[in-house]
Design a protein around this ligand. Structure first.
Ligand SMILES: Nc1ncnc2c1ncn2[C@@H]1O[C@H](COP(=O)(O)OP(=O)(O)OP(=O)(O)O)[C@@H](O)[C@H]1O
Length: 192
C-alpha cells in the first residue's frame, strides 16, 4: 500500500495555517486529503482542571499522539494537511523521528508581526502577544521545501502556490535534510 503525502504547515498562531489548510482541501483534486490540526487534538482532551505539572505532561502526550496519528493516517495511504506550531525544539525532533521524511512537504507559513497583532486583536480568542512570543521560535530550524507569506497573499493564493509546488519538490526533502542535521548517529539534541 502506497503511503500518503503529508503537507506540513508550520507557523505562529494566527499566521493563517487553518485558512490555507481549508483552501488546500478545496483545490487539491488529486487524492483525498484530511486536515489534521493540533488545535483539534487539544480540543478532544477532557476539560478537568489540571495542576501545572499534570497539564504539561498531558500537553506533551497530546502533541506526541498528534505526531503519531499523522504518521498512522499517512501510512495507510491517506493524504494529510498538517496544521502545527513548532515552537519548542522537541516538537520538530519528534516529527523528524516518526514521519517518513520524503513524504513530507514542509511549508513555512510566515506573517509580519504587525499583521499578526492585528489579527489577534480582531479574533479576540487568542491571548495577546502569543504570536509575537512564538515568532522567532517556530522558524528557528531555518529550512523548508516551500514558504509563503500571508501578510501579502490570501489563503487561496498560498494554497495555490503549495499545490503548484507539490509535484516539483526536490529531493532530499527538507525533512530529510533536517533529519541528517539533527538526528544523525542517533544524536537528538534538545529532545527532552
Ligand atoms: N492570508 C490572509 N490574509 C488575511 N487574513 C488572514 C489570512 N490568513 C488568515 N487570515 C485571518 O487570520 C485569522 C487567523 O487565521 P487562521 O485561523 O487560519 O490562523 P492559524 O495559523 O490557524 O491560527 P491558530 O494557530 O491560532 O489556530 C483569521 O481571522 C483569518 O481569517
Amino acid at each position: 500500500m502506497a503511503s500518503g503525502r503529508i503537507i506540513f504547515l508550520n507557523g505562529t498562531s494566527s499566521s493563517g495555517k487553518s485558512s490555507i489548510a481549508r483552501e488546500l482541501l478545496d483545490i487539491l483534486e488529486d487524492g483525498v486529503f484530511f486536515h489534521l490540526a493540533v488545535d483539534s487534538f487539544n480540543a478532544m482532551r477532557s476539560k478537568r482542571e489540571l495542576g501545572t505539572q499534570e497539564l504539561d505532561a498531558a500537553l506533551r502526550r497530546t502533541r506526541m499522539g498528534f505526531h503519531r496519528a499523522i504518521a498512522a493516517m499517512a501510512a495507510v495511504g491517506n493524504d494529510i494537511v498538517v496544521d502545527h506550531v513548532l515552537s519548542e525544539p522537541w516538537r520538530l525532533l519528534d516529527c523528524l523521528r516518526v514521519l517518513p521524511p520524503e513524504d513530507v512537504l514542509f511549508v513555512g507559513v510566515h506573517c509580519s508581526l504587525d499583521e499578526l497583532a492585528r489579527r489577534e486583536l480582531a479574533r479576540g480568542d487568542r491571548p495577546s502577544g502569543l504570536a509575537a512570543y512564538q515568532y522567532d521560535l517556530v522558524h528557528a530550524h531555518g529550512d523548508y521545501d516551500v514558504e509563503c507569506d500571508t501578510s501579502t497573499a490570501s489563503p487561496r493564493e498560498c494554497a495555490q502556490l503549495i499545490k503548484e509546488f507539490l509535484p516539483h519538490r526536490s529531493s532530499p526533502a527538507a525533512f530529510t535534510r533536517l533529519q541528517r542535521r539533527h538526528l544523525s548517529g542517533g544524536h537528538s539534541e534538545n529532545a527532552q
